[in-house]
Design a protein around this ligand. Sequence first.
Ligand code: BJ8
Length: 425
Amino acid sequence: MSESTHHEMWEKLNMDLEAHDGLLEVLGKFYGDIYLSQENRLKGAEYLDFVLSEVHGLRIKELQDAKAQGRKVVGTFCVFVPEEITLAADAIHVGLCAGAEAGSELAEQLVPRNTCALIKSFIGFKMAKLCPYIESSDMIVGETTCDGKKKAYEAFNEIAPTYVMEVPQTKSEAARELWKSEILRYMKAVEELTGVTITAEKLKEGIRIINGKRRALQRLTFLRAASPAPISGRDALLVNQISFYDDPVRFTAKINELCDELETRIETGEGVAPANTPRLMLSGCPMAVPNWKLPYVVESSGAVIVGEESCIGTRNSRDLVDESGATLEAMIDAIADRYMKIDCACFTPNQERLDNITSLAKDLKADGVIHYSLLFCQPYTHESMKVDKRLQAEGIPMLSIETDYSMEDVEQLKTRIEAFVETLA
Ligand code: BJ8
């Protein structure tokens, strides 16, 4: 498909073509510097490169073609929105979180300056007409997680109608009931949107597909325990990022192929860095495309990343939906139970996150953890202190980083990370 056909499509989506061309140019260069410069990349990374190069092109064309055939697109910002339900209504589920600064100044007309970069980014992308996913969405779903997002959706609703799911803040029985009722409400809304009635058969299939996707991601996580590290943290993050955009069945097949290749590498002792390279795990806020800053800095500072404890990482793949339920009711219960296990820092208390981080760091044989919070993110900045305390008690060193999407602090981050890595070597 030619660039000019893409342009026609973007124009129909009412995007700002000039600004968007500028964005793609910067991104292309950024991707080249961060990804294509890597050595010993897997053959399966060609799929990642292709999907990313066409993330605003062929994938959007696929969405438009599906829409022309009557299917609907649901855009989301949080791993709490159950993809199984979206799929059961024959709709397509995509992530809308953004990881670039573009449009952030415009976003400050709607949300305060001291709002995290992730929120400013999705609002900015909409206001600057830069995101073909937002423009392709027939339904945009927000959620009551952190205060920043809750209030942002009220403002966002003025420029893009947003349906909001009420995510509870605790893990009590009452909270679980509330969450189940929210899943049912979402189910009804998606049925109304699509005109499709969700049957037990359709939901079972949705659960099977999304469990398949999560199993492939779990397999990748597990293989990264090998030494030397068989895949870079940058590429593994990209796999997790792409999981929010690509067709889930195609994605699952490709990631399983990539894992086959990883297994062969592990057998032959091949890796992306020597076996004695310090192994770091990232933990904290999600890193949306194209937020590759921290992984790049870490892996340019003499370390290799072996895991991501975040929603664009293990928090989204760790738990599966129980597939044994035969009735619609049993499946909804299984979905509610699975999603209530998400250990987002918006919950109080959130002890299980500390347990999960500790066991993941041990499983992946991480020498240390970098806790990553976006500036102005209360929940994760707060929990970084608890994570630090817990990891200290376990004898796992931790470095806490607070940053945003700008490149201004790259040198400063590099200095801190290099010093941390030296203590681990
Ligand atoms: S389940 S982590 S995807 S809410 S960085 S916007 S928390 S101020 S992203 Fe998240 Fe769902 Fe939780 Fe996961 Fe607020 Fe923090 Fe910004 Fe954040």
